[in-house]
Design a protein. Structure first.
Length: 239
């Protein structure tokens, strides 16, 4: 059992780890906030939308459907499919965090994002039962959440005054790649999912309504889960 001082140190270490990629995350948040501000949503609707849907890719995917007055079921389904990768995150974090209460796991699951998951996995892939893992993860996800929501609100405030020539989308993409590449090198199941997603994305790009993105993500998630399942069964069979 960690003391409060040890938990505080682990939290600060996680927060410090998140400071490096936070600029790229903020760039994505700013782009998302500007896109939402330029939609037909009112200010309060935009704020509630950002707070309740803490997921940039899902927000950008669902926003055109909401603006076009598509059925809410379609917008929700689109957001869910775009975020299918979180099924992998949940499977990976289930065992290390199984000792926490349901309420604790619930709010942590809301805060976990792409970069925090990658940073946590890189730090504890060989120490899944480290006593500092929960406090460290909390520091990462809280810092990520505050950075994202702050940049979203700034984007909402700036609205159309941010020129597209700033290339903020590229900055966010490069920041995510800097985290993703080491993660692929360390985890072959992630590499399988990324590879399948990339391969399927090319031919499925011709599908209407950007359904190719959804199809490729779904195939990547299934491939990564199957890879993890087969690896686990092979390990049990060899023991």
């Amino acid at each position: 059992m960690l003391s409060r001082d040890e938990q505080r140190k682990a939290f600060k270490a996680g927060a410090k780890e998140m400071l490096s990629p936070i600029l790229g995350i903020a760039a994505w948040g700013l782009v998302t906030g500007v896109a939402i501000a330029q939609s037909t949503l009112t200010t309060w609707q935009a704020v509630v939308f950002c707070v309740l849907s803490f997921a940039g890719s899902a927000q950008l995917a669902a926003l055109p459907l909401i603006v076009a007055f598509a059925p809410i079921s379609i917008a929700v389904l689109t957001a869910l499919v775009v975020n299918l990768r979180f099924v992998i995150y949940s499977a990976a974090l289930a065992r290390p965090l199984a000792h926490l209460t349901f309420r604790h796991r619930l709010w942590l699951s809301y805060l976990v994002g792409d970069v925090p998951f990658a940073l946590y996995t890189r730090r504890f892939s060989h120490e899944p039962h480290s006593p500092i893992r929960v406090a460290y993860l909390t520091g990462i996800v809280v810092t990520n959440y505050l950075g994202w929501q702050t940049s979203i609100l700034v984007g909402l405030a700036l609205g159309a005054s941010v020129p597209r020539e700033w290339g903020l989308e590229l900055a966010g993409t490069l920041a995510l790649l800097a985290i993703l590449i080491p993660m692929i090198e360390r985890n072959r199941h992630t590499a399988v999912g990324v590879l399948v997603t990339a391969v399927v994305a090319v031919p499925s790009n011709v599908l209407p309504l950007h359904l190719g993105v959804l199809v490729s993500i779904a195939c990547g998630v299934v491939a990564a889960l199957l890879s993890d399942t087969w690896s686990f069964r092979g390990h049990r069979a060899s023991v």
